[in-house]
Design a protein around this ligand. Structure first.
Ligand code: APR
Length: 239
């Protein structure tokens, strides 16, 4: 009897010890949070240069802060979806042998029950001082410690990723048996390099995405579909 691609991935997870998951905006799409590069995505409607770069912030801090408050309001109004819940269940099943690295800043993974989340692009719910890099959860515009400008605690284009967080994600990519790459166009480096790091270290790479990406030709298993549908089906098919 031939095994379906989904059952082959379920069997792979059943027979693997160390699992790494890399997620992108697609995993939050079924919660109602827009992705970036889909036809109806944020970058189809807004300018990444104006709204997600230091130059854009320095040129018009109020416009950037308003845009992030607009995104925060949407994120606070939605719920995690079945894909987030399935990923949290995988963490419970694999314990310390499971690592979730996300490019998302919405913290829907945490709201779905994920505990250890490597936020390689920061998170939208905090602000960070441009001067002393102090992080605050309130909406102070000026840093009380050094009077620097407070900006969203997310990684903008041209900025470095949090070094310790990305190092942990790279270590997980190097040591996992399977990497699930879920809901990402896999085009924004260095996060997009994680699947290649895992593959070079001998891991099986699984892509879960309704569309093809630049990563698709390089993976071992392609599950074409949406994460809120496919991930629960994978868990259902695991023994
Ligand atoms: N389930 C799974 N994947 C989906 C779904 C879904 N329901 N809907 C869309 N997708 C896929 C799209 O096909 C696309 O490949 O999710 C991917 C989203 O890609 P992007 O919008 O480019 O988002 P992402 O890959 O997370 O972007 C990476 O770019 O702008 C920066 O910092 C931002 O973290 C972001 C980074």
């Amino acid at each position: 009897m031939s095994t379906s691609p989904l059952h082959a991935v379920a069997h792979l997870l059943d027979t693997s010890a160390r699992i790494c998951v890399l997620t992108g905006a697609g995993v939050s799409a079924e919660s109602g949070v827009a992705t970036f590069r889909d036809p109806d995505g944020l970058w189809a409607r807004f300018s990444p240069y104006e709204l997600a770069s230091m130059d854009g912030f320095l040129a018009n801090p109020d416009r950037v802060r308003d845009w992030y408050n607009y995104r925060r309001a949407i994120i606070n109004s939605v719920e995690p979806n079945a894909g987030h819940v399935a990923i949290a269940k995988l963490e419970k099943m694999f314990g310390a042998s499971f690592t979730l690295a996300t490019q998302n800043v919405d913290r829907l993974h945490q709201r779905a029950g994920s505990i250890r989340v490597l936020e390689v692009h920061g998170n939208i719910h905090e602000n960070r001082c441009n001067g002393c890099h102090g992080v605050r959860s309130d909406d102070e515009l000026t840093c009380p410690s050094c009077s620097g400008s407070m900006r969203p605690n997310v990684v903008w284009f041209g900025e470095d990723l949090p070094e310790d967080v990305f190092a942990a994600a790279e270590e997980a990519a190097r040591t996992c048996d399977v990497m699930l790459v879920i809901g990402t166009s896999a085009d924004v480096w260095p996060a997009a390099g994680l699947p290649y790091t895992a593959k070079m270290a001998g891991a099986q790479i699984v892509e879960i995405n309704p569309n093809q990406t630049s990563l698709t030709p390089h993976v071992h298993h392609v599950l074409s579909g949406t994460s809120a549908v496919i991930l629960p089906q994978i868990l259902e098919a695991m023994t």
